[in-house]
Design a protein around this ligand. Structure first.
Ligand SMILES: NC(=O)C1=CN([C@@H]2O[C@H](COP(=O)(O)OP(=O)(O)OC[C@H]3O[C@@H](n4cnc5c(N)ncnc54)[C@H](OP(=O)(O)O)[C@@H]3O)[C@@H](O)[C@H]2O)C=CC1
Ligand SMILES: Nc1nc2c(ncn2[C@@H]2O[C@H](COP(=O)(O)O)[C@@H](O)[C@H]2O)c(=O)[nH]1
Length: 326
């Protein structure tokens, strides 16, 4: 793998604008049988999403993926979303009890529209078998499988029946996989996305490493249909977790799903915790993301997201910030 680069090394090149206002640009994206307002999904982590946020995202027309860390609540969650006429989108792991859970959903005819298989090293027989299990019992459900970081893995999971794959091992803000194991796509996530995108015949979700709204457009340029984001969604008024005040400044916690705070023990820890400054309302951030993406579409010379996929780019190694900070 040569010529690796990451988000901060790339600038997209503008094409002639064809709209009179950015408001003409359409940021919607279709994944499976449904269309969503933005090609963005908050990470399925316990400090990023809870049932209230999931409901309000679904009601607002955004894609969401509920986390899997309160397993006993998932069945009622699916039921509740169905009763409200909303999409049900949940996560599963790969342990034995998860097989039973999928079977129970099928027996009770509770069919989530989306299931995400959420483990660290998704290029594995355990994920392949879970994809097949879900497809056997819930054939209508759209299955997202991950996480992976190579074209071989994308192909193998697609061939096993996955409807989309999630790419990103180690680029996350609270991730320490790269430090603890030496492996991953941390530092070259955007190049890994490009590499995987060439092999994919189904949608890819880019996961981890998004630090600015412009990184969403860059992910799309390099092959993503959807972008999963943790840290930029952490710290909002609506975000789960306590608000803490320190020296007059408000913070909220953001911890990794493989951190000791999530696991309750120091075993195979590959995540850490950080405090992020309080950011106000999640709704405002979503509106700003939409406006920024509309603007990106206009710079791409189009009216739809697809225009971004065709723009030229330059590699400007680590220099696009010009020493500025956000
Ligand atoms: N995107 C990323 O870069 C990463 C994300 N995470 C997140 O952390 C959470 C926990 O992940 P995970 O530990 O996979 O989930 P689980 O703790 O549910 O583990 C899933 C299963 O896979 C096994 N397993 C885990 N890692 C490996 C590995 N490297 N090789 C072989 N088997 C493995 C586990 O067994 P055992 O524990 O006995 O090994 C277990 O049976 C998830 O939400 C995941 O998305 C974690 C790390 C990296
Ligand atoms: N290596 C680890 N990765 C983790 C952990 N918990 C979550 N994640 C991944 O990070 C992204 C979010 O990344 P961000 O840069 O947007 O903050 C998330 O979707 C997971 O894939 C963890 O404990 N270790």
């Amino acid at each position: 793998m040569e010529n690796v680069f990451d988000y901060e090394d790339i600038q997209l090149i503008p094409a002639k604008c064809i709209v009179d206002s950015r408001s003409e640009c359409d940021t919607t994206v279709t994944l499976g049988n449904h269309t969503f307002k933005l090609p963005v999904v908050p990470a399925n982590m316990q400090t990023i999403i809870d049932e209230n946020i999931a409901r309000s995202l679904a009601e607002g027309g955004y894609f969401y993926i509920m986390h899997r860390f309160e397993p006993e609540t998932r069945k009622d969650f699916v039921k509740d979303m169905k009763d409200r006429g909303l999409l049900a989108s949940i996560s599963v792991g790969v342990k034995a009890e998860e097989y039973e859970f999928v079977q129970h959903l099928a027996e009770e005819e509770l069919v989530p529209e989306y299931i995400t298989i959420d483990i660290a090293h998704g290029h594995s027989n355990s994920v392949i078998e879970m994809i097949q299990h879900i497809k056997n019992h819930l054939p209508e459900t759209f299955v997202i499988a991950g996480n992976v970081g190579t074209p071989e893995a994308v192909r193998e999971l697609e061939n096993a029946g996955a409807d989309a794959t999630k790419v990103g091992i180690g680029p996350g803000k609270v991730c320490i996989t790269k430090l603890k194991t030496g492996f991953g796509t941390g530092g070259w996530q955007l190049a890994a996305l490009k590499w995987c995108g060439k092999a994919a015949s189904k949608p890819i979700i880019a996961d981890g490493g998004i630090r600015t709204h412009g990184d969403i457009a860059k992910s799309i340029r390099f092959g993503a249909s959807m972008v999963m984001i943790g840290s930029l969604f952490a710290g909002h008024e609506e975000s789960p977790g306590e608000t803490i005040e320190k020296d007059g400044i408000l913070y909220k916690e953001y911890f990794g799903s493989a951190s000791e705070y999530q696991k309750g023990e120091k075993k195979n820890v590959e995540g850490k915790k950080m405090m992020v400054p309080h950011k106000g309302s999640l709704k405002d951030t979503l509106v700003e993301m939409e406006q920024d993406l509309q603007s990106a579409i206009s710079y791409a010379g189009g009216t739809y997201i697809d225009a971004i996929r065709h723009v030229d780019y330059v590699v400007v190694k680590n220099s696009i910030m010009n020493g500025d900070h956000i």
